[in-house]
Ligand binder design. Structure first.
Ligand SMILES: [Zn+2]
Length: 239
């Protein structure tokens, strides 16, 4: 199997996993940088994640032009992916989702921060990108490269950012890594809302976060991936 075929199959599995775990519904998407050309990336045509198959995956330039000019209709928010790959050479996968538990943190001053060890991978503190700051009243969707680049600027070197009244964007060094963080972002947000009424939360320290992140290896990612993939009716690929 070629590297490209491998990544396409990973993306199909990622879409099914994210849907099955409640991170995306009929909306939201996941992409991967092209394994043979860092200036291109792979993303499904506009379709609900649970329905995506290998033939739906389209190759784009970082300026989000499809390589195949006859490619079917794209996601409107594909600019999120192109702008982040342009800004972050270390990123090989991007998840954009509207999972419900992250939304309250994007519209209040409460910061989303990790206190469960598995959630350390969301970063020290999750910032919120507010489209209104620079672009005024919009439908809140990232609909051009200027918006995508502004989002990428706020993301900086972080793994996650919230988007006010909209959702979140998560990046990773692989498809499995980005899906892992996206799932634990939702878990962390839900837990933080459960913990807040009980009293003051003892969050992970910066040092604890760094140590946990430093220990994340393929064994952990693959253990989770196999479980999530099979739960979504997909087999884990070797590699
Ligand atoms: Zn969106």
């Amino acid at each position: 199997m070629s590297k490209l075929d491998f990544v396409i199959e990973e993306l199909v599995t990622a879409n099914r996993v994210l849907a099955n775990e409640g991170i995306v519904d009929s909306f939201g998407h996941v992409s991967a940088r092209h394994p043979d050309n860092p200036n291109h990336y792979l993303l499904s045509r506009a379709r609900a994640p649970e329905r995506i198959e290998g033939g739906d995956i389209v190759e784009y330039t970082l300026e989000v032009e499809p390589i195949d000019k006859t490619a079917p209709a794209p996601y409107l928010e594909r600019f999120i992916h192109g702008a982040i790959y342009e800004a972050r050479p270390d990123v090989h996968a991007v998840v954009h989702n509207h999972s419900p538990s992250v939304i309250p943190f994007g519209v209040t001053s409460k910061k989303l921060k990790p206190f469960l060890h598995m959630c350390a991978h969301i970063g020290h503190e999750v910032p919120t990108w507010d489209s209104r700051d620079k672009f005024g009243d919009t439908p809140l969707l990232v609909s051009d490269m200027a918006m995508g680049r502004d989002l990428a600027r706020l993301l900086g070197s972080r793994p996650t950012t919230l988007m006010r009244g909209h959702g979140a964007t998560v990046v990773g060094r692989s498809v499995r890594h980005a899906v892992f963080i996206a799932i634990y972002l939702e878990v962390g947000a839900k837990l933080q809302m459960q913990a807040m009424p009980l009293g003051e939360i003892k969050f992970l320290s910066a040092g604890e976060i760094d140590q946990i992140v430093g220990r994340l290896n393929d064994y952990t990612l693959n253990r989770a991936w196999e479980n999530w993939a099979r739960r979504a009716g997909r087999e884990m690929q070797e590699g």
